[in-house]
Design a protein around this ligand. Structure first.
Ligand code: ATP
Ligand code: MG
Length: 182
């Protein structure tokens, strides 16, 4: 640690957190921290880089919390077409929103849910994500979720947890469950 950093700065330093891996719990762990942040009357934001076609408990509850900014990629887009360019444009517009929230300096916690998916599909340049995160406000904690987190992001993160599947009911043919999975 650099000698020039005061204990107060260390305490207030925002973290870069990554939840990755094949097991369940990545998005729910990130949302658990949103819950804690709001409990301390600090501002939190979530951007989901997934198509928001299905209603989820996450989004329903978020709609009741004015202090939480919650958006899902593709609001205002038509997904009927299988055109990959539409996915790309939606991902880019969600990323522009993320950059605005980062720049605003208003937030304590920002969750970029499933952002790894946009990198694997070449929707967003990894270099832009890396530099934006490096240049974020010092006290902003950012949580990235998604399978197969790129090495460049893992290298720069302060905390990385890889969820490991030991069992999942899906393997026994049990479908996704309200309140547990969505
Ligand atoms: P959650 O949102 O429940 O925290 P997650 O973010 O870790 O899960 P994702 O990869 O985003 O997992 O997948 C979302 C959905 O897929 C959830 O409904 C989850 O239960 C399910 N899921 C997660 N891991 C597995 C797995 N290993 N096998 C089958 N389904 C899974
Ligand atoms: Mg998830």
């Amino acid at each position: 640690m650099e000698a020039s950093i005061s204990p107060k700065e260390v305490k207030e330093k925002g973290l870069l957190i990554i939840y990755t891996g094949e097991g369940k719990g990545k998005t729910s762990a990130a949302l658990g921290m949103v819950y804690r942040t709001l409990g301390w009357n600090k501002k939190a934001a979530v951007i989901q880089f997934i198509k928001g076609k299905w209603i989820t408990g996450d989004r329903k509850f978020a709609a009741t919390l004015p202090q939480l900014s919650f958006s899902t990629m593709g609001e205002g887009f038509t997904w009927e077409s299988q055109d990959l360019n539409i996915d790309k444009k939606a991902a880019q517009s969600a990323w522009e929103k993320a950059k605005e929230l980062i720049k605003s300096g208003e937030y304590f916690l920002l969750v970029l849910d499933e952002i790894t998916y946009t990198v694997h599909h070449d929707f967003l340049p990894l270099t832009d994500i890396v530099s934006t995160l490096q240049n974020r406000p010092k006290d902003l904690t950012v949580v990235l979720t998604g399978r197969d987190a790129p090495k460049e992001l893992i290298d720069m993160a302060d905390l990385v947890t890889e969820m490991k599947k030991v069992k999942h009911p899906f393997d026994q043919g049990v479908p996704a469950k309200q309140g547990v999975d969505f």
